[in-house]
Design a protein around this ligand. Structure first.
Ligand code: HEM
Length: 474
């Protein structure tokens, strides 16, 4: 892309480029800071690799136009191919396996399929509340991001592949999780050009190879233990008969890539969203009261509610809380679009076919022209009835866009609203008073060091109801 005239950070250094002001551990937050100063289109060049960041809603709408642009697999996403190969998330549009896997897996994400996963989601949410009940007993504060990651990992493991990681029973993370966390960090820092920084943060190539082998071995075991025709989960669909139209099947390596893709893509993003939602609720008493009122109206008086599928879909305010958390900190903070043909973006920025631009979601989601004078304020009512229609269609894109948008969107929303609703109903939150939001960046964003003290609540609600029933009967 011709970047002449596009602003870049000050202090560009010959050969090195724009290396000041961006820490390899916090690239997203630093880029947000840069973007605030440089405007809705800016560029950053590091060792000859240049990225154009876009957050202007009209330009994003154009980048989302599927006739002109498509998903571009480069930079961070391309680095993930070492882990997930041609799995759905990392496949190029032109790889035949993308369409094949998409067709085979799409039915696993319909509303009907979600109903099928609901009871497992409830089971795992109950494991979370059991472990939080134990923390209440012990007077311990909980590490929110860590526990939400256990929840989402268990949920995708069981709903997707019938595999239990045992996250809530283990003292230490499952070896797969250890290997995956390291492998993701390794992949992320491959874009850093200085070898010693890469090794310092990401470890060695040999260790990474061993981590990937650990992940593959476990996945291969899970696949080979599955008997034909067993289950109705993602794995069963991938192993089932050939594609109804083309007659093709997914090959074993691709199935392995998809399993790893779903584990990676299907848990950190959702757990981060839950952590941010809880963080903002503890800082916004009005929103917390509204969310509580909703769950109390739904389950009031029940000691251990077991939410039905329909009840979860009726928690509209809790859903707004989640939407608003994903606005402020979209846990997949950007996506890359590539020009399908020569085009002049916004009539101003000439792009050749194959040129790329990165949609920078935290900036798009805080554009004052769309979100008003206080875009940093947490306000779930921005997602109240009719509100979205007042905004440009492409102003809010936490799940990406077009045919390569998130296949797991409904899955994530159902899982997260269910868990959030239950913990809101059950616990009084006691945040650490001095905590200020810190964000850990890996492939995704999540809260760092956010701990919550907990006190029981449902018991009180139950007592209240039984007391009033008693009074009524006297
Ligand atoms: C809050 C939670 C989530 C967020 C914010 C999120 C966000 C995203 C985004 C932005 C993309 C597009 C990336 C791009 O264009 O490069 C994407 C793709 C994808 N997501 Fe999610 N995701 C979430 C949860 C999930 C879950 C729960 C699953 C699986 C159960 C999942 C599976 C996938 C897959 C497989 C793709 C690639 C789709 C394709 O290209 O065909 N995601 N996600």
């Amino acid at each position: 892309m011709d970047t002449t005239g596009i602003p870049h950070p000050p202090r560009r250094v010959p050969f090195l480029g724009d290396v000041f002001g961006v820490n390899p551990r916090t690239p997203v937050q630093d880029t947000v800071r840069l973007g605030r100063a440089l405007g809705p289109v800016f560029t950053r060049k590091v060792f000859g690799t240049e990225i154009v960041f876009v957050s202007d809603p009209a330009l994003v709408a154009e980048l989302n136009d599927e006739t002109k642009f498509g998903k571009h697999v480069a930079l961070g996403v391309a680095n993930l191919r070492a882990i997930a190969g041609d799995g759905l998330f990392t496949a190029h549009d032109y790889e035949p396996n993308w369409q094949l896997a998409h067709d085979i897996l799409q039915p696993a994400f319909t509303l009907e399929a979600m109903r099928g996963y609901h009871s497992i989601m409830v089971e795992v949410a109950a494991e979370l509340t059991r472990s939080w009940d134990a923390a209440v007993e012990g007077g311990d504060a909980v590490d929110v991001a860590a526990d939400m990651t256990k929840l989402t990992l268990e949920t995708i493991g069981r709903t997707g592949f019938g595999y239990r990681f045992g996250s809530f029973e283990r003292e230490r993370p499952h070896p797969f999780v250890v290997a995956m966390t390291r492998a993701l960090r390794y992949a992320q820092v491959q874009s850093v050009k200085l070898p010693f920084v890469r090794r310092l943060i990401g470890g060695t190539a040999a260790a990474n190879k061993a981590d990937i082998a650990t992940m593959n071995e476990l996945v291969d075991e899970v696949i080979s233990a599955r008997r034909p025709g067993e289950g109705e989960d993602l794995l069963a669909r991938m192993l089932a008969g050939p594609h109804p139209v083309t007659g093709q099947r997914l090959d074993p390596v691709n199935i392995r890539n998809q399993v790893i893709t779903f584990i990676v893509a299907g848990h950190e993003t959702t757990s981060g969203a839950l952590s941010f939602a809880l963080y903002y609720l503890t800082r916004n008493p009005d929103a917390l009261a509204k969310a509580r009122a909703e769950v109390d109206a739904m389950w009031g008086g029940q000691r251990d509610p077991e939410p039905t599928f329909a009840e979860v879909t009726k928690l509209r305010y809790v859903r707004r809380v989640l939407d608003e958390a994903l606005r402020l900190w979209p846990t997949a903070p950007g996506y890359l679009r590539g020009a399908r043909e020569d085009v002049v973006l916004g009539g101003r920025y000439p792009m050749r076919a194959g040129d790329q631009a990165l949609v920078m979601l935290p900036l798009l989601h805080r554009d004052p022209g769309v979100w008003g004078p206080d875009p940093d304020a947490f306000d779930p009512d921005r997602f109240g009835p009719g509100e979205a229609k007042k905004r440009p269609a492409h102003a809010y894109k936490p799940f990406g866009t077009g045919e390569r948008a998130c296949i797991g969107r409904q899955f994530a929303i159902h899982e997260a609203v269910l868990a959030l609703g239950l913990v809101l109903y059950r616990y009084e939150f006691v945040p650490e008073p001095d905590y200020e939001l810190r964000i850990a960046e890996s492939l995704t964003l999540k809260t760092d060091g956010f701990r919550l003290g907990l006190r029981p609540r449902a018991e009180r609600a139950a007592e209240f109801v039984s007391e009033s029933a008693h009074r009524g009967g006297a």
